[in-house]
Design a protein around this ligand. Sequence first.
Ligand SMILES: NC(=O)C1=CN([C@@H]2O[C@H](COP(=O)(O)OP(=O)(O)OC[C@H]3O[C@@H](n4cnc5c(N)ncnc54)[C@H](OP(=O)(O)O)[C@@H]3O)[C@@H](O)[C@H]2O)C=CC1
Ligand SMILES: CC(C)(CO)C(=O)C(=O)O
Length: 306
Amino acid sequence: MSDQPHVLIVGAGAIGSFYGAILKRAGCRVSVVLRSDYDAVKGHGFRFESVLGELSWMPDHIYRDDDVPQETPDYVLLCVKVLPGVDRAALVRPWLGDETVIVLIENGLDIERELAVAFPTHALISCLAFIAVSRIGPGQIHHQAYGQLVMGNFPTGFDAHCQQLAGRLRDGGIEVNETEAVVGERWRKCVWNAPFNPLSVLADGADTLTILNAPGGEALVRAMMQEVMAVAKADGYPLPAELVDKNIAGTRAMGAYKNSMALDYLHGRPIELDAILGNAVAIAERLAVPVPHLNTVLTALRIRQQ
Ligand SMILES: NC(=O)C1=CN([C@@H]2O[C@H](COP(=O)(O)OP(=O)(O)OC[C@H]3O[C@@H](n4cnc5c(N)ncnc54)[C@H](OP(=O)(O)O)[C@@H]3O)[C@@H](O)[C@H]2O)C=CC1
Ligand SMILES: CC(C)(CO)C(=O)C(=O)O
């Protein structure tokens, strides 16, 4: 791998263009594959308003979906929404060389398997993003807060590719927490996402405090968190009992917040219901763990989606 790694981002929306900006300022060559934002980014690059200061940047290469790559990337970052009917393996396949490392920065549970099965000889890195960032116009991004990543190889480990990528992200100013058990970290994050993201949609785009302060709201969130923790434990990833209290206190301290699913719903975009809640319920069914609250919320949203 070269001293100046080449990173290609498939799905350079809010998350992809943000971490692309960080890697660019850390000295990587960073290219993107774009659809709707192609003309805007070709014209003026990505424009950022960020709490980290000036992050606007111009990619080294800007491709459309069906272009032929001009150089083989060391890392392909996949940052599309995880939605039914989106063949994520097909999205990355044309851009991979034999040695290219696949990196996922996406929400959800059990979302790595599809890529691991399609590309068994490629190193696969899975990342969880703790950040508030959104695309506010073509090639225009608003980064409101945070930015840290949790990173590890799927299914386990933290290899030299992780070391190199984490080093570059840290050079660019981002905190990266290393994990040898990224699946357990996905469960930990899901304890927060599985109640708050779907409930915000059922509540018509509500923020976190509206959910918690509604009569019975906090009790429902707690019940859903407990159920996710029970499934995680049955799956081999026990989480500390105090995580629920910690999540509630942390969410209250953060103030009113609209998560990524609330924003998708409010903008009329598809929501990642299966990746975040459907997969948790599917694993619960497989492991015979009762999850009545998760099931009810999932079903209510599926009815709504129809
Ligand atoms: N935003 C946030 O604050 C957070 C997001 N996440 C997670 O990160 C992931 C990415 O979310 P986010 O960046 O917000 O989503 P965005 O919708 O902002 O970005 C997704 C991008 O993927 C692009 N895309 C989809 N299909 C293709 C394709 N075939 N070829 C090229 N580009 C494609 C979209 O382009 P187009 O416009 O053409 O559809 C869009 O630019 C999700 O899993 C989300 O849950 C996690 C934590 C926080
Ligand atoms: C954790 C949080 C709330 C933001 O990083 C998220 O995952 C989301 O908005 O879906």
